[in-house]
Design a protein around this ligand. Structure first.
Ligand code: CA
Length: 232
């Protein structure tokens, strides 16, 4: 997987490429819009991370050039502008996702993984330890026992299971499950997670839904979760 990082600020570009490389991705950096356009022309990238504030042209201009190509990879916009207007323009211009600086690297990585997985066929059934979710029949069981979930609860659980072991922010969960911008209403996620925990985790000694401080939530079996904490 090859990622192009378009970012003029060296500190951020270095931070991104180091982080992504240690995540196993090949990374190229372009520090102007012009060089980005050339690189996209010369190399096939699986994902482009695009800063909007570039010295030679607006990032939205670069986005247009990328989208004009026949094969055009997913684009994640990175910007210090948090105005709703810029966000809308970016998404209308064909960006696939949008992250406002400053951001937690773990959130960027989670979004990168989601974007890279798009277009690949999704499994019909998800299984994590004794928790099983049938995406077609929309049935959930844990330890062989049926669990009744409301539609939103089901969607959140499905999203958590598809991203097993990856922390998902409240914003990501809101945007994924409600399909709209629920800015300021991310508390709703906590409410739904509480419902989910009471149905999925409360009766079982092994808890699967973990709170990731400063980020949001993650689904993982506790042994793996603890292992990773111990190693990090
Ligand atoms: Ca910049």
């Amino acid at each position: 997987m090859r990622i192009l990082v378009v970012e003029d600020e060296k500190r951020i570009a270095d931070f991104l490429s180091r982080g992504l490389e240690s995540g196993g991705y090949a990374v190229d950096v372009a520090n102007t819009g012009g060089s980005a356009a050339e690189m996209v022309h010369a190399t096939e990238y699986d994902l482009i991370i695009l800063d909007l504030g570039l010295p030679d042209m607006d990032g939205l201009e670069v986005l247009k050039k990328i989208r004009n190509r026949k094969v055009s990879p997913p684009v994640l916009i990175l910007s210090a502008r948090d105005a709703v207007d810029d966000r809308v323009k970016g998404l209308e211009g064909g960006a696939d996702d949008y992250l406002v600086k400053p951001f937690a690297f773990v959130e960027l990585l989670a979004r990168v993984r989601v974007l890279l997985r798009r277009g690949q066929p999704l499994p019909e059934r998800l299984q994590v330890a004794d928790l099983s979710l049938d995406c077609i029949r929309r049935k959930v069981t844990r330890g062989g026992t049926n669990i009744e979930l409301a539609p939103k609860e089901f969607s959140i659980l499905e999203y958590l299971m598809r991203n097993r072991g990856r922390p998902l922010s409240r914003t990501m969960i809101v945007e994924h499950v409600w399909d709209m911008d629920y800015d300021g209403l991310t508390n709703i996620v906590d409410v739904y997670i509480r419902h989910l925990r009471s149905k999925i985790d409360d009766r079982f000694p092994e808890k699967m839904i973990h709170t990731v401080r400063g980020i949001g939530y993650m689904l993982e079996t506790s042994d793996r979760h603890t292992d990773r904490d111990a190693n990090s």
